[in-house]
Design a protein around this ligand. Structure first.
Ligand SMILES: Nc1ncnc2c1ncn2[C@@H]1O[C@H](COP(=O)(O)OP(=O)(O)OP(=O)(O)O)[C@@H](O)[C@H]1O
Length: 310
């Protein structure tokens, strides 16, 4: 038996990937959703899957969780065929746009899902962790959007899964509701759980993921830490106060763009911040309060996916 506090059912320690795709392709009619994707998710990782609409994220999740089969290539979940019921007991999943069962109460929904697992988290503990105690006797259909999302993620965790896959878990939630869910997911991770999450909120990926995989038009175009992904695009921002117009800075080395904010701060987007600053000083251009920033994950992501489309 697992202790009531444990969120992850321990299986024999392994370093083998919990989920993997090897040269996987999947088409829907003439639409190629995935074209040769390879990816491995190891125990303890928290992987953020990023990509524009239609990139293939949900399709990949469908394959890894055994909901779909690849046209070619190999998919493994806990080293086995993902559609095998035994493997699914070790997986928790909240697919995109899943609806809660409208006419069941929260208590009934938790009981219904919990009965599929050998050692589920007790309902009282789960509802407390997810702030749903007050809603226990309410019908799921009467819950607020935030409560429904929390319930769906709670249901994904009830069986103490080793791997949890969440497809856009907080879409439509306000900042507070998102923070509450993030906190539960961090607790799950720190107790040894492994997470694969897609999101359109880049700050969500940044907050929860140690590794980011960028997928675009059915292929993986980047795979690394947030810092790796940011450094791949090698874009920095040099900003300062000045009386000169933006055009005065366009010829600085490495410069890609120059903008002036309402606050009067001029920002030079550059591929080589060191060279830009050196030249700024050498040319004796007047400036004050200089700051240098690396690209944000969002800028890196947009830059990577835009490059692919060129
Ligand atoms: N059941 C389906 N039938 C037909 N085409 C599909 C089906 N599922 C996905 N597609 C197509 O496959 C491609 C990849 O879709 P997928 O849903 O995997 O992308 P996504 O990255 O999850 O997008 P989003 O961020 O919008 O959810 C898209 O062109 C989509 O229209």
């Amino acid at each position: 038996m697992t202790s009531p506090a444990a969120l992850v059912q321990r299986h024999p320690t392994t370093t083998a990937p919990l989920a993997s795709a090897e040269a996987v392709t999947k088409s829907f009619g003439r639409t190629a959703a995935l074209t040769g994707v390879s990816l491995q998710i190891h125990p303890g990782e928290s992987v953020g899957l990023l990509g524009p609409n239609g990139a293939g994220k949900s399709t990949l999740i469908g394959l890894l969780s055994g909901l779909r089969r690849p046209d070619s290539g190999t998919v493994r979940l806990f080293g086995e065929n993902p559609s095998h019921p035994r493997t699914r007991l070790r997986l928790g999943i909240t697919p995109q746009a899943t609806a809660v069962p409208q006419n069941l109460t929260v208590h009934e929904a938790v009981q219904f899902v919990a009965r599929h697992y050998p050692d589920p988290i007790p309902s009282a503990q789960l509802l407390k962790d997810f702030g749903l105690v007050e809603a226990e006797r309410k019908q799921c259909g009467g819950l607020s959007g935030g409560q429904q999302r929390r319930l769906l993620v709670a249901l994904a965790l009830v069986g103490r899964p080793e791997l949890v896959i969440l497809d856009e878990p907080t879409t439509g939630l306000d900042v507070d509701a998102r923070e509450t869910l993030w906190s539960q997911l961090r607790t799950y991770r720190s107790s040894g759980g492994t997470l694969l999450i897609t999101s359109h909120y880049l700050e969500e990926i940044q907050a929860l993921s140690s590794r980011v995989v960028v997928i675009d038009r059915g292929t993986v175009i980047a795979d690394g830490t947030v810092d790796d992904i940011r450094s791949r695009v090698a874009v920095s921002k040099v900003s300062f106060l000045t009386d000169l117009p933006a055009s005065s800075f366009l010829c600085l080395p490495g410069t890609v763009d120059v903008t002036v904010a309402d606050t009067g701060r001029t920002t030079v987007v550059t591929q080589d911040a060191d060279a830009t600053v050196r030249q700024l000083v050498q040319d004796g251009l007047p400036f004050s309060q200089l700051e240098v920033h690396g690209a944000t994950l969002e800028e890196a992501f947009l830059s990577l996916t835009a490059k692919e489309q060129q």
